[in-house]
Design a protein around this ligand. Structure first.
Ligand code: SAH
Length: 253
């Protein structure tokens, strides 16, 4: 269990991409439909429980574990995404829209890599060439791979994006991969659930060790933080203890 989420985030722990905690708006229940409604409620609960389990697996295992999980059970991935969508729809603003706005202000010639692209909203919303990476293809644009090892040449992209996608425990490896594919002076954009940050200063310090200088940090949303970095070099080897994000777990309500 982690710290309480900041005020305004609905008071729920880990107010990030998450399960549909509230039961869906049920249609009026005719008497004869009672048992059907009961069954629907039970199914919803089971889905919620399964979602929480999957979510926990994703935040407490490595990206390789996540890749194995979804390879062996692709249905799990679709379930996860349903829960993600339903949660993020409740937020006042989708973080990916912030990244869309950011990219639209910059030249469309910049090549982008979207790590953990989900349904490819980013690629669909900008003119840039966007390489979309995820574990299972929700869209034909997706290249299926583990984000810790993407099929791109070194120093081939201008902007790397992680939008609510820093899920694996092997953060250093994942961000190292972003560093590898980014050109020197290229941009790294991170949007991540606010309540996952335990010590933002330590996190940003660790990022410098990984070869990323902070350009801007936006903590104005109580739902997510938006961080912009520039690649300064390949990053120094060795442990980066400040590079820690709390898992985004949910409790049953
Ligand atoms: N960026 C999208 C989706 C965020 S949900 C948006 O903001 O809408 C997080 C995404 O990361 C999911 O689609 C999940 O499948 C993906 N993901 C998690 N671990 C991954 C891994 N190891 N490799 C590739 N994608 C991963």
């Amino acid at each position: 269990r982690q710290q309480e989420p900041p005020a305004g985030s609905g008071g729920e722990r880990g107010s990030g991409p998450g399960p549909p905690e509230a039961p869906p708006e049920a249609p009026p229940e005719p008497r004869s439909g009672r048992s059907a409604a009961l069954r629907a409620r039970m199914e919803e609960r089971l889905l919620g429980a399964r979602f929480r389990y999957l979510n926990q697996q994703l935040y407490t295992g490595s990206s390789q574990d996540a890749a194995r999980l979804f390879r062996t059970d692709p249905a799990a991935f679709h379930l996860y995404h349903r829960g993600f969508e339903r949660q993020v729809r409740r937020w006042p603003e989708r973080p990916v829209q912030r990244i869309v706005r950011y990219l639209r202000r910059r030249p469309a010639s910049l090549v982008v890599a979207d790590f953990g692209c989900g349904d490819c909203t980013l690629a669909a919303s900008v003119k840039n060439q966007v390489h979309c990476f995820d574990l299972v293809p929700l869209s034909p644009r997706v290249t299926v791979c583990d984000m810790a090892k993407v099929p791109l040449a070194a120093e081939s992209v201008d902007v790397a994006v992680f939008c609510l996608a820093l899920m694996g425990t092997n953060l250093q490896e994942i961000l190292g991969e972003a560093n590898r594919v980014l050109k020197l002076g290229g941009t790294l954009m991170v949007a991540e659930v606010a309540s996952r940050f335990e010590d933002t200063r330590a996190f940003l310090k660790a990022m410098t060790q990984l070869g990323f200088k902070t350009v801007s940090k936006d903590f104005s949303s109580s739902y997510f933080y938006l961080l912009e970095f520039t690649k300064t070099g390949p990053g120094r080897p060795g442990p980066a203890p400040g590079l820690r994000l709390l898992p985004c777990l949910y409790k049953r309500r």
